[in-house]
Design a protein around this ligand. Structure first.
Ligand code: TTP
Ligand code: MG
Length: 371
């Protein structure tokens, strides 16, 4: 996820909404018989031998220690009696659009940042009390119309709002008023700052920085010397300075799928059929999103984890499944030379702005990130 780099402007009230265990909740809403049970969305566990990953799981499954991006085989060990379901991305896109339509109906500037989260700039409400009331209304409306729960965070900036929405999940509502921002952030681990991943976290640990409070107290010059100018943004965020705007912008950047083979393979037939399935799946999402694309990328992870990608940009936008499939196979040919393959991925990007809707997808059926 991107780091929201602050610019200094006036005080605002920002809401961040994030749906709870989104894919799993949609499935539980659609199938009453699995409600209240541990539900895992992701690759086929194949009695513990499956090699893909967990997309997400219900909070009942989280009680067993299951988490997004965990190997599905590990999820199976933790809770073999869980209900394992494959992702139905088209259905989730549809529900996502319904959530966004509800949010839009309140008439505030809205920025959708993934399939299940969005920022709203509600500054014109004028008070955090009014923002809390609106948040309660939004939560009730989404629950009544879609049967789904969400968590909302409110704060004077996007980062605080996002951290706040995650603070008390599921079904949370956390309002952080300007005077409370520093105290709210200080005890939280630095990892809670959007954009800080494992690597940055361990680099900060090396400096003895574990909490956002530690980061706020650290000498800015020393941080810049170590991490470059990007550290200024980070330090500002830790100090609660964050005035980046909620931007209505084309959310969708790419659509992709990837799959891990049960066993590494160099069988051209297996690889080709898998490429077909991936291309068909991504094409279905493209059509569901009413988009046309220009850039196609194939990704191959070989045995031993070396990963390569090949991309092609077409001269015209297309939503033609045959063109997409044929291009996918041409790119695949450039990447296959008899070596065994562990994972195959396919991505569409460079969408036609004319028809682009406000949607961003976590890009994968088995993994969230195409990297
Ligand atoms: P998240 O909002 O990160 O997770 P979530 O909605 O399932 O659960 P939470 O209550 O903690 O918000 O992601 C939204 C959806 O994106 C999620 O339902 C499935 C998908 N996703 C993946 O496919 N792979 C991943 O690694 C992650 C994190 C999410
Ligand atoms: Mg969510």
């Amino acid at each position: 996820m991107e780091l929201y780099c602050p610019q200094r402007t006036s005080q605002r009230i920002i809401l961040h909404l994030d749906m709870d265990s989104f894919y799993a909740s949609v499935e539980m809403q659609d199938r009453p018989e699995i409600r209240g049970k541990p539900v895992v969305i992701g690759a086929d566990p194949k009695n513990g031998k499956g090699r893909g990953v967990v997309s997400t799981c219900s909070y009942e499954a989280r009680a067993f220690g299951i988490r997004s991006a965990m190997p599905i085989s590990q999820a199976y060990i933790l809770c073999p009696q869980a209900i394992f379901l494959p992702p139905d991305i088209s259905r989730y896109i549809q529900v996502s659009a319904e959530v966004i339509a509800i949010l839009r109906s309140y008439g505030f500037v809205l920025q959708q940042v993934s399939i299940d989260e969005a920022f709203l700039d509600v500054s014109r409400l004028g008070s955090f009390t009014a923002a809390r009331e609106l948040s309660v209304t939004i939560k009730k409306t989404i629950l009544a119309r879609l049967g789904l729960s969400c968590s909302i965070g409110a704060g004077p900036g996007k980062v605080v709002a996002k951290i706040a929405s995650d603070f008390n999940k599921p079904d949370g509502l956390t309002v952080v008023e300007p005077d409370d921002v520093k105290a709210f952030l200080a005890p939280l681990p630095v990892r809670k700052i959007p954009g800080i991943g494992k690597k940055s976290e361990s680099e900060l640990f090396e400096l003895g920085i574990r909490t956002i409070g530690d980061l706020a107290a650290y000498d800015i010059q020393a941080l810049v010397a170590r991490f470059g100018q990007g550290a200024v943004c980070l330090h500002d965020i830790a100090l609660g300075i964050d005035t980046s705007e909620v931007e209505e912008r084309d959310g969708i950047k790419s659509l992709s799928r990837e799959t891990t083979f049960d066993t590494d393979t160099s069988d051209p037939q297996v690889i080709s059929v898998t490429m077909d399935t991936l291309a068909e799946d991504v094409h279905r999402s493209l059509v569901a999103e009413n988009l046309r694309c220009k850039t196609l990328t194939v990704k191959v992870r070989y045995q031993g984890f070396v990963t390569k990608t090949k991309a092609r940009t077409l001269s015209h936008f297309t939503d033609d499944g045959r063109i997409i499939k044929s291009c996918a196979h041409t790119l695949l040919l450039e990447l296959t030379d008899g070596k065994k393959i562990r994972l195959l991925g396919f991505r569409l990007s460079s969408f036609d702005k004319g028809v682009t809707r406000q949607t961003t997808l976590p890009c994968d059926q088995t993994q969230n990130r195409f990297s």
